[in-house]
Design a protein around this ligand. Structure first.
Ligand SMILES: Nc1ncnc2c1ncn2[C@@H]1O[C@H](COP(=O)(O)OP(=O)(O)OP(=O)(O)O)[C@@H](O)[C@H]1O
Ligand SMILES: [Mg+2]
Length: 273
């Protein structure tokens, strides 16, 4: 190897590009006296193939952070890179930042899957049609190919026998699993979950968490906002606790959940555990 060769991949995994690298992210809603400063300088690094669970009290900015990672919100300051690519902006030859064209932003967003508390399935489409829709509309996949792939994904989330059911004929847990399959149909490199089980009856939570755990095991990079501490303990590589728009404490689940150092986190855990 010559001396001018760039470092190769036998370097430690720590040097690989993170899937998510958020630096100094601020989000302000509104202007002037009514402005609400919701994110106040969030740093978040999510390595490829890892699972990060985000905890925090209501209003601490968890959903806003996820929405910034997915470009559903434009950040006020800071930067977000996903798989090494700056979201929302490009540098010109002089280093000046320019907002990307909406089409380019949509393309960036299509690499990131998002699952919400409410499933937002199309009520007039079957489970299979819900999953097959975006690949046809956005990716231009043939209907036949999209339906084949949708059937595979429904099998993966344990719903092969519900493919022809309409959302109203499915339980909340089944609908949420369809929503996960629908997000996976776009072949995302990153999956964001915003309290995916908090609208479900308690007996339906487990089936959704099991699907998420399988997805994590398959190597998907995931950022999950949830109050399911058991899931955080068993599945997360990294736990982040937010309060009032900042990351107050973070680390491996063992340390953050069993031995929190921040009083605000101790207080929060005493309520959710
Ligand atoms: N589009 C918006 N316009 C104005 N304020 C907003 C908007 N979205 C969120 N907020 C405010 O930002 C703050 C943080 O909201 P966010 O939804 O991110 O909190 P959260 O941590 O997800 O809370 P929860 O646990 O209740 O879901 C709240 O005060 C909320 O009212
Ligand atoms: Mg929220």
């Amino acid at each position: 190897m010559s001396a001018t060769t760039a470092p190769t991949s036998d370097a430690t995994p720590a040097t690989e590009v993170p899937m998510v690298e958020a630096r100094g992210v601020h989000k302000v809603f509104g202007h002037g006296a009514g402005a609400l400063h919701v994110l106040r300088g969030v740093d978040l690094v999510v390595p490829q193939g890892s699972v990060t669970v985000v905890l925090g009290p209501s209003g601490s900015g968890k959903s806003t952070l996820l929405r910034c990672l997915n470009e559903l919100e434009e950040i006020t300051a800071g930067s977000v890179h996903v798989d090494g690519e700056l979201l929302g902006y490009r540098h010109d030859a002089k280093g000046v930042l320019h907002r990307l064209h909406p089409r380019r932003i949509a393309a960036q967003r299509s690499r990131i899957g998002m699952v919400f508390q409410r499933f937002h399935l199309f009520g007039h489409m079957t489970a299979l049609e819900n999953v097959a829709e975006a690949p046809v509309q956005v990716r231009g996949l043939s209907k036949a190919a999209a339906r084949r792939r949708a059937a595979e994904l429904l099998e993966r989330v344990g719903l092969a026998d519900r493919a022809d059911h309409y959302p109203a004929q499915l339980s909340g847990g089944q609908q949420q699993r369809v929503a996960i399959a629908r997000a996976l149909a776009m072949d995302p490199e990153l999956m964001l979950f915003d309290e995916p089980t908090s609208a479900l009856d308690p007996e339906l939570v487990g089936e959704v968490l099991t699907v998420m755990q399988d997805l994590a095991r398959s190597g998907m990079t995931m950022v999950v906002v949830t109050h399911e501490i058991g899931f955080a303990r068993e599945v997360a590589d990294h736990v982040v606790f937010m309060d009032d728009g900042v990351v107050v404490e973070q680390g491996p689940p063992g340390a953050v959940l069993e031995n929190p150092s921040e009083p605000r986190l101790q207080e929060f855990l005493s309520h959710v555990l």
